[in-house]
Design a protein around this ligand. Structure first.
Ligand code: NAD
Length: 447
């Protein structure tokens, strides 16, 4: 699906006109391609203390980045990392934050700003909690100020999580990379030191078997492609009516196709049976199949309400139950479920859809602890406006407005959601437990 406006404001005469009129000027986003370096230029790592030093040391020694601890005049930084885990008072924010501010005007297009901080808790000293929570407000505002396709995101560590824990590094790497092109203004919590760093960052899912529901088209097809690119063997699931497209996807990713309505009573058993028989194991389940049946609640038929709840949430609960009680989903398993910003902020005409997607968020929060004993996790991805067949059906004017209402002033691509799913499914995300990560370009609607 193409965005004509974005193409127009980035070419010749129309670019000039748009600028003069003060119209939104979305920048084309750079996306990941295998072999691409993590950063194109130097990284500025700001912040004081042993944890900040440890993080900077890791970035330069293990990821071979050109790390500066102070801004060098004339350098255009591809990334600025604010290592703020040791703050004890809001006064300590000024030095690193203003040092970051001093280099912002010189950032190249598509630069990254990432904060690394600790979660504030009720039993923190008030000044510590104020400093920690202050980082959230700072990051969300800074992300709204960045231009040229640059993004700002944060990693928020629980108290006992070391700054070089696998999921801190995994999340930091994801936010620094082009894989997070449409993730903006988000703070991802790392709850534990669980997880492992992949031997090969180009194939973090090597040896893993993943099931993707709703894989025949749209976001699901892109998730299948991306998990396969990362080394997973993929089982592509969709309804029999989408059989032909499903086989095309399964063949493309050298995986297998399973024709199945996820609302079937025995869907969990059939998924497990297929994965074990054809591939010998099951490690990752991506609940992506979803439908909309929009109506104002005053006009909502029982059929429209029930079908959305059945596909979008009840099926996931039933499948998870079957997997969790099977004894065959126990080797650092991963559940990644598709929520939606509608389930967080609400959307007129979508009470049924938002109930199901809010339900997904509650479900992963309560499911994750059940998987922790096996080194497993359950998390959700909440897309905002993504250019798919689903959003192509929105009336033209509403669609134009909807895709501009975020900090990046454009819709995301299915691959943006897929990259986020792949990160949460990876071994490096083992310490992210029951969370929601939004892929919405920092949508102005909602939290
Ligand atoms: P889509 O309609 O293009 O694709 C959904 C796929 O799910 C289809 O192939 C469909 O056949 C399949 N499916 C539907 N019911 C099924 C069932 N009962 N059993 C098996 N498969 C079934 O949708 P999309 O835009 O790619 O969205 C994918 C997911 O992302 C959905 O959960 C959706 O709610 C969510 N999402 C999308 C957007 C967006 O902007 N497109 C935004 C937020 C969330």
């Amino acid at each position: 699906m193409s965005d004509t406006y974005l193409n127009l404001v980035n070419s010749g005469f129309t670019k000039k006109v748009a600028k003069q009129l003060g119209l939104p000027q979305p920048a084309p986003l750079r996306r990941y391609e295998p072999g691409q370096p993590l950063l194109q230029g130097a990284a500025l790592v700001l912040g004081r203390g042993p944890e900040s030093d440890a993080l900077a040391g890791f970035l330069s020694s293990d990821w071979d980045l050109d790390v500066h601890r102070h801004a060098t005049p004339g350098t255009r930084y591809s990334a600025v990392v604010l290592a703020l885990t040791e703050l004890t008072h809001p006064d300590q924010l000024s030095e690193p934050v203003l040092a970051a501010g001093a280099v912002l005007k010189e950032l190249p297009k598509g630069a990254r700003v990432v904060t690394v901080s600790r979660a504030s808790r009720a039993d923190d000293a008030p000044a510590v909690a104020a400093a920690r929570q202050g980082v959230d407000g700072l990051l969300r505002s800074l992300a709204k100020e960045l231009r040229g396709g640059s993004t700002g995101n944060g990693v928020v560590l629980a108290e006992d999580v070391p700054v070089t824990a696998p999921s801190v590094l995994g999340a930091l790497r994801f936010f620094l990379s082009t894989k997070s092109a449409f993730v903006d203004g988000q703070l991802l919590a790392v709850d534990s030191a669980a997880g492992t760093l992949p031997g090969d960052w180009a194939a973090p899912l090597a040896g893993r078997v993943a099931v993707v529901t709703g894989a025949a088209r749209g976001i699901g097809a892109s998730i299948a492609d991306t998990l396969a690119r990362d080394g997973a063997t993929v089982v592509a699931v969709d309804v029999p009516a989408a059989g032909e497209q499903l086989v095309t996807v399964a063949n493309r990713v050298r995986g297998t196709a399973l024709q199945l309505d996820v609302t079937a009573d025995d869907a969990g058993a059939r998924i497990l049976e297929h994965a074990l028989q054809r591939h010998g194991r099951l490690d990752i389940v991506v609940h992506n199949a979803g439908i909309t049946r929009d109506k104002l609640l005053a006009n909502m038929s029982p059929d429209k309400w029930d079908s959305v709840l059945a596909v979008n949430i009840a099926s996931q609960l039933r499948i998870n139950e079957a997997l969790l009680t099977s004894g065959d989903f126990t080797d650092a398993p991963r559940i990644v479920s598709l929520a939606s910003t509608s389930g967080i902020a609400g959307n007129r005409g979508q009470t049924n859809y938002a109930a199901s997607k809010g339900g997904v968020i509650g479900m992963v929060r309560a499911t994750a602890p059940l998987l922790e004993a096996f080194g497993g996790t359950a998390n959700a991805v909440a897309p905002g406006f993504i250019e798919t067949e689903m959003t192509a059906r929105i009336p033209a004017v509403t669609r134009q407005v909807a895709r501009r209402l975020n900090s990046l002033q454009q819709g995301g691509q299915p691959v943006d959601v897929a990259e986020t799913v792949a990160f949460l499914a990876s071994p490096a995300a083992g310490g992210v437990v029951g969370r929601v990560l939004r892929v919405c370009g920092q949508n102005m609607v909602g939290a």
